[in-house]
Design a protein around this ligand. Structure first.
Ligand SMILES: Cc1ncc(COP(=O)(O)O)c(C=O)c1O
Length: 307
């Protein structure tokens, strides 16, 4: 594991003459599989599993879930068992290479109906699962819990943490909540939700609230957050030619691999923000949250070159 992850200065033509120092926190380089925000979100879940003397992490994911794969790999590495509840009872271990890899890492895969999968956030369902799979600690889909959030605090702790702006892609909000918790007051966190119609502020508030933060502290934290909610490019896992073209150009200039699901959208949003807000004389950080494997698959499909 490459920890702390490297931080690199990036030079982009579009930032020339703006007196901007632009850096990328390369969490994508942490590990081949447990990469990006995946290890950040799993680290304290693994510790908590051990502290509770549980022997297994049970979690949820779709057929192509990076979180499932990362959990399977992390559990094997940490000598814990893992169970993955996969959406779709029609699937099996041979349905795709990712599920196969999960099984190779020792994950027990349980294929469940969409109706059962819809219960994945319900406390009663978790209690049922723990009875059915004794010794398991349930970790939500995407590692989206308190332990995931505090693991993401370590991202900024590995930097000088003296930026004017920090940019990050947003799915469940776990990473962005962890990051904003660790920022000094003068730093703005710009979040880029990749889902269409996603209410970032409400979802971040919900994550903090669920983690026991009082509303006064949440109000304070949210003053540091800016949302760019017009860079989802059609919604989750959707992308346009324009997005791919811009990612190709960024990759050519920086050699930083991007994916069109998360990091590509966030990087492009960052460049648009700098242009639209006419940002000058600033220290800027892009948090690279990984996703390279998904990016490579789409690259192959589309014949483009961005990773
Ligand atoms: C590559 C990548 N970037 C960003 C995110 C979004 O992070 P979060 O769900 O913590 O908001 C994800 C989802 O986990 C992801 O896989």
């Amino acid at each position: 594991m490459q920890l702390p992850s490297p931080i690199e200065e990036i030079h982009l033509r579009s930032c020339n003459n703006r007196d901007i120092k632009l850096f990328a926190k390369r969490d994508d380089l942490i590990h081949e599989v447990i990469s990006g925000n995946k290890w950040r979100k799993l680290k304290f879940n693994v510790k908590q599993c051990r502290a509770l003397k549980h022997e297994c992490i049970l979690t949820f994911g779709g057929a192509y879930s990076n979180h499932l794969l990362a959990t399977a790999a992390a559990c094997q590495k940490e000598q814990l068992k893992s169970i993955g509840l996969v959406r779709g009872e029609e699937l099996n271990i041979d349905s795709n290479h990712m599920l196969k890899q999960c099984a190779e890492y020792g994950m027990q895969l349980v294929f469940i109906s969409r109706e059962d999968y819809a219960l994945r956030h319900e406390k009663e369902y978790h209690e049922e699962l723990v009875l059915k799979y004794p010794g398991s600690m349930v970790v939500p889909e995407g590692g989206a819990n308190y332990y995931g959030m505090i693991g993401c605090q370590e991202i900024m702790a590995e930097t000088e943490n003296d930026f004017d702006y920090v940019f990050v892609a947003q799915g469940t909000t776990t990473s962005s909540c962890g990051i904003v918790l660790s920022l000094p007051e003068h730093t703005k966190l710009v979040v880029v939700p990749v889902l269409k119609g996603f209410d970032s502020i409400m979802e971040m508030r919900r994550m903090f609230n669920y983690s026991g933060f009082p509303s006064e502290i949440i109000d304070d934290l949210m003053t540091q957050v800016t949302v760019m909610n017009d860079h989802h490019f059609g919604g989750y896992a959707k992308y346009s030619d324009e997005l791919l073209e811009r990612m190709e150009q960024i990759f050519e200039e920086t050699n930083i691999p991007l994916d069109p699901i998360y990091t590509g959208k966030a990087f492009v949003a960052m460049l648009d923000f700098i242009e639209e807000k006419d940002v000058r004389n600033a220290n800027v950080l892009f948090v690279h949250t990984g996703g390279t494997a998904g990016g490579k698959a789409i690259e192959k499909e589309t014949g483009r070159c961005f990773s």
